[in-house]
Design a protein around this ligand. Structure first.
Ligand code: NAP
Length: 286
């Protein structure tokens, strides 16, 4: 029951109306029996600083940050975790003992969650796309001890930037999507991760499109695990193709839930909620 003592956690971004976080986080807060609710707050760029400063002064216990503010909130935090600093992105904030925002990033742990039980040491991976999510994915692949990462993207400048950032930690190469070498890599890959938004449900009904077009996938074979970060629709057209080819497939819902569990643990100083609590709430809603 919401009472005059109830506190809240909020998602800040623009837009936020598509977010599934309120569904799964409220299910988890109810499960834990906490007097807390989770709401989504759309925020204009010009208001971000004043909104974050105001939230410090009322009964707000923590925040999730989404597009387009994951980088911009750096200047509004007085403490930043090493992983958020490394990824140059913050997705979770809480107030520290001095009532200042402390920021971290839970996407790497979220990405790793469905891969943890597989033995992927010294395996070869491909990452499609070179945006914000690709950074968390690459860090996750490094943590899982993959031997090589090939990033394939249409954007040369962000591709070059990624290779520069991670080149000292792992054998990593960047390719443009029309590079002929991509097909050989596709034949050999143990894991292919889609971090582009291609295949996502949009108002333009483009969910049947595959990242980089159908021809790009001609060398796909059952050896590869296909991991699509997109969680709506599930399965995406890419995961349907993977299943048809005999590949193991992983959708973006598991990452969404796992990063949400880690955020909740950050806000509550270590409380854990079972995976199925958030997952079931989402499955019921979708
Ligand atoms: P982002 O920073 O905008 O990066 C998107 C990347 O995809 C960029 O490299 C972009 O290239 C590329 N791209 C966009 N449209 C493309 C197209 N039509 N063809 C080929 N490449 C294209 O976005 P993000 O934050 O990384 O998020 C990417 C996706 O991951 C979204 O669908 C998001 O919902 C999903 N995601 C899921 C989770 C989860 O928990 N499951 C977590 C984070 C993100 P350009 O730079 O050239 O545009």
């Amino acid at each position: 029951m919401i009472t005059s003592k109830t506190s809240f956690i909020a998602l800040i971004g623009n837009p936020v109306s598509h977010s599934l976080s309120p569904i799964m986080q409220n299910a988890a807060l109810r499960y834990l029996g906490l007097d807390l609710i989770y709401i989504a707050i759309p925020c204009e760029d010009k208001d971000l600083e004043s909104v974050l400063n105001s939230l410090k002064k009322i009964n707000c216990k923590g925040l999730n940050i989404t597009i387009p503010y994951k980088e911009k909130v750096f200047e509004l935090c007085s403490e930043i975790s090493p992983i958020a600093n490394k990824l140059k992105a913050i997705n979770t904030l809480k107030l520290n003992s001095k009532k200042q925002w402390s920021g971290t990033n839970t996407d790497v742990e979220g990405f790793i969650y469905p891969l943890k039980s597989l033995n992927l040491t010294n395996k070869q991976s491909i990452v499609l796309g070179s945006g914000g999510a690709a950074r968390s994915v690459i860090q996750g692949l490094i943590n899982l001890n993959f031997s090589t990462i090939s990033v394939i993207s249409r954007n040369k400048s962000s591709l070059d930037e990624l290779i520069k950032n991670f080149g000292r930690q792992i054998e990593i190469q960047g390719l443009l999507n029309d590079d002929n070498r991509a097909q050989n890599l596709m034949e050999e890959a143990d894991l292919i991760v889609n971090t582009t938004p291609v295949g996502m449900k949009t108002t333009r009904h483009e969910e049947h499109i595959l990242p980089f077009g159908e021809n790009f996938w001609r060398s796909l074979n059952s050896k590869s695990i296909i991991y699509d970060l997109i969680y709506n629709p599930t399965p995406t057209s890419l995961l349907q193709l993977g299943t048809k080819k005999g590949c193991m497939t992983i959708d973006g819902l598991q990452m969404l839930v796992a990063q949400g569990i880690k955020s909740l643990s950050f806000w509550t100083d270590g409380l854990e909620v079972p995976f199925h609590v958030m997952n079931d709430a989402l499955k019921k809603y979708l």
